[in-house]
Design a protein. Structure first.
Length: 368
């Protein structure tokens, strides 16, 4: 049942190329035209959406943070992301032109369910992104995009996360197509990039041994930090969450720009810091990330740098370099998350923990 793996989690990590392919299947034509037939909100109403609020908990909320970067960029619709359990208590402003996107692997998370009930009571439209057919959250939503990752058994979400991000990208591109904020050929280009992701995730998985060796070296770590920028920032937080859940060690994800506003005080000799470097591009994101890595390294941090293959600028600042396939910055979370999942799974295994059933946690949190 675990396909020869020791844990469901590891099996599910290694299934991700197929899961991502399944999430994309049948949702665009060869020419990159998107078709999301489970979105039962008519196109007219979708054209009128003037605000999007994404709600979810834990890993699903991080998928929402990635979605914010992509959907705002492609559609120019303002997107907010909120933890589902905080959402209704702040008395959010909702109208019939607000689209609330509820992300939930299980579709049964009570906090998220309560958030969408609140949203619908205020006449907002609700679209669920869910992995479980017929679960409560999609049943109570106006529309649903199923992620088609197949059952996720391990408590730590892995293929659920990657496919949630894929669903969010598809939603963003669909809205862009509908509203004409991007030209067809630009959308088709992103769709082509998405279609390459399964093979690129496979490449990352083929390099698992490097990550496993690293876990062995870092077995005594008491604290691990993660840094990212832009879409890499939620990846950093997701990497940290995986370590907290599975290895029970203090881990934190920071936006690299925030370092000098406080967190850099945590840096001490030998402290492991994973750094997700954005692809080289026209903006300054990449270079600023590299200088942040320089700064922490000068203070003794042990830097584990995730950067795209061929990026020679990181060689001098990386104690360990994990090469990622070349993908556009908005899609980078799909490949950059994978080594962090492998690391947490392996470290927890070496520590002797139950990876599939970490202490104090349940797969689906059905109480508020
Ligand atoms: O089923 P959901 O996606 O609604 O679950 C949300 C969170 O409880 C979940 O992602 C949790 O954070 C995972 N254990 C993370 O690995």
């Amino acid at each position: 049942e675990k396909d020869g793996h020791d844990w469901f989690m590891r099996k599910e990590i290694f299934e991700q190329p197929e899961s991502v392919a399944a999430a994309l299947l049948g949702r665009h034509t060869e020419r990159g035209q998107l078709m999301l037939d489970e979105v039962r909100i008519d196109d007219e109403a979708l054209r009128d959406i003037d605000r999007i609020i994404v709600v979810g908990c834990g890993t699903a909320a991080y998928a929402g943070q990635v979605a914010k970067y992509a959907i705002e960029h492609w559609t120019r619709i303002p997107v907010e992301v909120e933890l589902a359990h905080e959402f209704r208590y702040r008395d959010p402003i909702l109208t019939r032109n607000t689209l609330v996107v509820a992300i939930s692997q299980s579709g049964e998370t009570a906090d998220t369910l309560m958030a969408i009930r609140h949203a619908r009571a205020q006449r907002a439209k609700v679209l669920a992104i869910c992995n479980t057919n017929g679960a409560t959250i999609p049943r109570e939503s106006d529309a649903v995009i199923y992620t088609h990752a197949g059952p996720e058994i391990g408590v730590a979400s892995t293929k659920g996360f990657l496919t949630q991000m894929v669903a969010c990208y598809l939603l963003g591109l669909y809205l862009a197509q509908l509203r004409g904020t991007k030209f067809g050929d630009e959308i088709a280009a992103v769709v082509r990039d998405l279609d390459r992701i399964p093979a690129q995730v496979q490449q990352v998985l083929d390099g698992a041994q490097q990550v496993y060796d690293l876990a062995q070296e870092l077995l005594d770590a008491k604290v691990v930090l993660f840094l990212g920028r832009h879409a890499g920032y939620p990846v950093a937080m997701e990497g940290a969450l995986k370590l907290k859940e599975l290895a029970y060690i203090h881990a934190e994800g920071f936006a690299a720009g925030e370092l000098k506003h406080g967190p850099i005080a945590l840096i001490e000799p030998g402290l492991p810091v994973f750094c997700v470097v954005p692809p080289r591009g026209r903006d300054q994101l990449h270079d600023k990330m590299v200088s942040a890595i320089q700064e922490i390294r000068a203070r003794g941090a042990r830097t584990i740098v995730l950067a795209e293959a061929g990026d020679t600028t990181v060689a001098d600042v990386a104690d360990e370099l994990i090469e990622l396939p070349q993908v556009p910055v908005l899609l980078q979370p799909l490949v950059a998350t994978v080594p962090l999942q492998l690391f947490a799974c392996e470290l927890a295994t070496l520590m002797g923990h139950d990876v599939d059933q970490p202490r104090n946690l349940a797969k689906s949190v059905t109480v508020e």
